[in-house]
Write a protein that binds this ligand. Structure first.
Ligand SMILES: [Zn+2]
Length: 164
């Protein structure tokens, strides 16, 4: 990182803070040579590794496309989907890993989708988790019922705490 004033190579980080969604880090730096201060924005790349081994950058629109079909005919808006995709990205970034399996992205979708719409959740889960019998479905519905009776749904409304 060259100093923008004197082109010196070394600078000291005096302050770092990540943006709310964790997509970038803003750093205040001080040049070791001229002592002037400047700010850098460093975006943190998040890579998704597919089952085929192909790695590609995390893309919220892919999350949305993956979920949209399950939401057909359900009272789910584009804003809802955008919020869901943001939450998925935040959840994954909060793990601190720069590279995740596509499988983990799917897992991160399940929880917010369940809170958003239970029917859409069941559709998505049945494809994603390879339900191949009525028993699988019945079990998932039973889990939903149990979750609905627990104070877990209340917890979902409270601010989430990330260990970062
Ligand atoms: Zn300098």
């Amino acid at each position: 990182m060259h100093c923008p004033f004197c082109r010196h190579e070394d600078s000291r980080v005096v302050d770092s803070r990540s943006l709310d969604d964790g997509s970038a880090i803003r750093r205040r730096r001080q040049c070791q040579s001229c002592g002037k201060r400047f700010t850098t924005m460093e975006t943190t790349a998040l890579t998704v590794v597919k089952r085929s081994g192909v790695a590609e950058p995390f893309d919220r629109s892919k999350v949305i496309n993956g979920v949209r079909k399950a939401c057909q005919g359900r009272p789910v808006t584009n804003d809802d989907l955008a919020m869901l995709a943001q939450e998925v990205e935040e959840t994954i970034r909060a793990t601190g890993n720069a590279e995740v399996d596509a499988h983990e992205v799917g897992l991160a979708i399940l929880d917010p989708l369940r809170r958003l719409d239970q029917v859409a959740y069941l559709r998505f889960a049945s494809v994603y988790q390879d339900f191949d019998s009525l028993d699988d479905f019945a079990r998932a519905v039973e889990e939903l019922r149990e979750a609905g009776n627990k104070p877990e749904t209340v917890r979902a409304l409270q601010p989430r705490l990330f260990t970062r």
